[in-house]
Design a protein around this ligand. Structure first.
Ligand code: UT7
Length: 329
């Protein structure tokens, strides 16, 4: 029997570009070293898209795997939500490029920008659309080609980010499975902590903005660090309370993969076992909106997350934005 009040995950998929950028290679580019990067972030390597690959290409690969694993044809999709801060172009939306590539002719499609929290925001929207009864199958993809907006002369940021995509096919929940609770939040007062200053309507592209390198990500990492721990912690607590679950009920935590120290601090304060955390950032780096669905898809494919288990997803990012979801897989 289907539960029209909530959605569940029918299938997941992931895609990573082939090219690996490891810490040794970064040592040749900026004043950094492998030991510092591993100690301060937990990252060993990240993937970089081919010059011909853009976000919709990455999204398509992850989406095809999610559809296949769910056993759903693209023609059955009612809606596609693509969470990204690096769309192929400003217009058209990358979600529409994806819709066309997949041949999902009856699907509506839109992009969602909630930065690194994009997947959490997107599944919240998908959940409500499915609960309304008007949408049955919703494809949610988090995909990023962050390497296009990273300044590879800035050691504060270039060591952190990578490219990739993760996807989840959502449909009406069956039995007691599905999205049990979601908590979302934002604080626009922290907008300057992670930003790409130019290229939008406030500072359109000009020779000057390019010379000043204003089209690249700028981040005040240290300030973001503390806020990330605090907000993921409170939203995870709120989502667990909303689901009526205790910390001991959580089988797995799939956090946004920004920094191993952030993840460990958050999980320790939540009172959860470190062995219950899904970690992929050592190999993927921070892939923004792709990070949570990538980690989720990988953990499911590896058989770590099993049917019937309870999973806490939590994320944090530019905006500032944050969100957590409790799911019975
Ligand atoms: O996904 C969106 C959310 N983003 C995040 O969650 C990112 C959160 N922030 C972080 O992950 C960390 O703040 C960083 C990894 C970015 C930085 O680590 P940190 O422990 O906060 O270092 P810091 O910024 O306080 O810098 C410490 C020192 C500085 O040198 P001084 O001023 O003490 O001499 C930096 O210049 O480390 C220096 N440093 C580096 N050294 C070697 C900064 N980047 C590097 C580097 N290699 N790549």
């Amino acid at each position: 029997m289907h539960n029209l009040l909530r959605a569940s995950i029918y299938g997941t998929g992931a895609y990573l570009p082939e090219r690996i950028l490891d810490n040794d290679a970064l040592e040749q580019m900026v004043d950094t070293d492998d030991a510092w990067i591993r100690e301060r972030t937990g990252i060993r390597e990240r993937r970089i898209a081919h010059a011909k690959e853009a976000t919709a290409d990455l999204a398509e690969q992850a989406a095809r795997t999610a559809l296949e694993r769910a056993g759903i044809e693209a023609s059955a999709l009612d809606l596609i939500i693509l969470a990204t801060v690096t769309p192929d172009q400003w217009v058209p939306p990358a979600s529409c490029i994806l819709q066309h590539r997949l041949g999902a002719k009856k699907a509506a499609a839109f992009d969602l920008n909630a930065a690194c929290s994009g997947f959490l925001y997107s599944i919240a929207v998908a959940n409500q659309m499915i609960a309304s009864g008007n949408f049955r199958y919703v494809l949610v993809v988090g995909a990023e080609t962050l390497s296009r907006v990273i300044d590879y002369t800035d050691r504060n940021t270039c060591i952190l980010f990578g490219d990739g995509a993760g996807a989840a096919l959502l449909g009406p929940a069956r039995g007691d499975e599905g999205i049990l609770a979601i908590n979302l939040g934002a604080d626009g007062g922290g907008g300057d902590l992670i930003q790409i200053p130019a290229g939008g309507s406030r500072q359109p592209p000009s020779h000057q903005t390019i010379e000043q390198r204003l089209h690249f990500v700028q981040m005040k990492g240290n300030e973001v660090f503390k806020l990330a721990v605090r907000s993921m912690l409170s939203s995870a607590d709120a989502a667990m309370a909303q689901a009526g679950l205790e910390r001991a009920d959580i089988d797995w935590v799939v956090p946004h993969q920004a920094n191993l120290r952030i993840i460990r601090a958050m999980v320790q304060r939540l009172g959860l076992e470190q062995s219950r955390i899904i970690i992929t950032l050592d190999r993927h780096g921070n892939t923004s909106a792709a990070s949570v669905p990538l980690a989720l898809a990988e953990a499911i494919a590896q058989g770590k997350i099993a049917k019937g288990q309870t999973v806490l997803l939590t994320g944090f990012g530019a905006g500032l934005t944050w969100g957590s979801a409790v799911i019975r897989y």
